[in-house]
Design a protein around this ligand. Structure first.
Ligand SMILES: Nc1ncnc2c1ncn2[C@@H]1O[C@H](COP(=O)(O)OP(=O)(O)OP(=O)(O)O)[C@@H](O)[C@H]1O
Ligand SMILES: [Mg+2]
Length: 347
């Protein structure tokens, strides 16, 4: 089935009604989603997409832009499940975030990566908070910085440490490649806490056939992308431009070659511990991806003013002329395959 049909079906199942094709949505399109009504012990949906109830739940996480509630969802057949409900702190609603996460999930699942993004279960209009959405909680997962904390040996430079990092980078690169090719989507906020790592996995080998290539990644951990709050898709037509923060508003076409992985890798490079535990070949690889001058600049800058360094990396990513072929997803995958065929093979 073509991706467009998969997405249409997923939207219909959620009771989401768009004014036209999903691919031509703009920020100002009027989109109808099922509505939440307050009840004595929580919420329920009525009318189109009605008959689903949610418990009041507990605030599980308060992020910079979103709130995450753990709630019990009861479907029309009385089936209960625990879901995460994400709402916007500023009450502007998360329609675009929810839609982009749904599109991303559809594209990645269809390409053979069903665990790459949490499934969007509901997209709902909340009376006070605008659009909220629910997704499946990723269990047995830690955010990437915690995973690295536990799995890297910080005291020595080693090829083993390179491998720990390459396994995650390869999966993220594969996801970015598929998202870019299928949707023209950039995540734009690929920091460590927006990547979850699940361990263990049933089969350590992950195989995907995409665009006439076969990619095999061997890893006992699975990476999962979350937080599509800054993501954008499309190019000239500026389809579904989404910027949650004022700092990041303005024209920024998507996709831009190499931008997601550049940010992802540059944010690693800010950490002195990480720079000190990769093998010298691993360091060289990182310097090739980031550019030797830029890598040095990031290392120095982050030691003087971490906040400012990070801010500049984000702003750099938003420059209209941003382009870096060395961190294009397929290039990064091929680079890893060349030095670590035990991690990635590409035919
Ligand atoms: N589906 C999920 N399953 C498990 N944990 C999740 C899930 N979604 C989010 N989290 C956890 O909640 C944290 C915050 O979520 P998210 O990044 O979506 O919120 P945010 O407010 O947009 O982020 P930020 O704090 O980066 O601005 C994540 O770093 C992760 O630890
Ligand atoms: Mg986040």
């Amino acid at each position: 089935m073509p991706l467009a049909a998969v997405i249409d079906e997923a939207l219909a199942a959620l009771g989401v009604q768009l004014p036209g094709a999903w691919s031509s949505l703009t920020n100002s399109s009027v989109v109808n989603v099922p509505t939440l009504f307050a009840t004595e012990d929580g919420w329920e949906t009525r009318g189109v997409g009605g008959g689903v109830t949610f418990s009041r739940g507990n605030l599980a996480r308060q992020g910079n832009y979103g709130m995450l509630w753990e709630v019990v969802r009861t479907d029309r057949d009385g089936q209960e499940s625990v879901v995460f409900l994400k709402a916007d702190t500023e009450n502007r609603g998360l329609l675009h975030e929810a839609l982009l996460q749904l599109f991303a999930r559809c594209a990645l699942e269809r390409a053979g990566c069903p665990e790459a993004v949490p499934r969007v279960i509901d997209i709902l209009a909340h009376p006070k908070r605008g659009v909220v959405f629910t997704m499946n909680p990723i269990l047995n997962a830690t955010v990437l910085p915690t995973y690295l904390e536990q799995h890297l040996d910080w005291n020595v430079r080693s090829v083993k440490n390179d491998r720990v990092l390459w396994r995650v980078v390869a999966q993220v690169a594969l996801y970015c490649w598929i998202l870019e090719e299928e949707l023209g989507l950039n995540h734009r906020d690929l920091k460590g806490t927006n990547v979850l790592v699940m361990v263990p996995r049933d089969s350590p080998t992950h195989e995907v056939k995409f665009k006439g290539r076969r990619v095999r990644i061997t890893s006992d951990a699975t990476a999962c992308l979350i937080d599509f709050g800054f993501a954008c898709r499309g190019s000239a037509e500026r389809v579904l431009q989404q910027s949650a923060s004022v700092r990041h508003q303005g024209f920024d076409f998507c996709p831009k070659e190499g931008r997601d992985l550049f940010l992802f890798l540059a944010l690693f490079w800010m950490e002195v511990g990480l720079r000190g535990c990769l093998s010298l070949d691993g360091v060289e690889m990182m310097e090739r991806w980031l550019g030797p001058k830029k890598a040095l600049q990031i290392a120095r800058h982050s030691e003087v003013d971490e906040e400012d360094c990070m801010e500049r990396l984000y702003l750099n990513n938003f420059l209209p002329e941003f382009r870096r072929v060395e961190t294009a997803p397929l290039t990064v995958l091929m680079d890893i395959a060349a030095v670590a065929p035990d991690v990635v093979t590409l035919d």
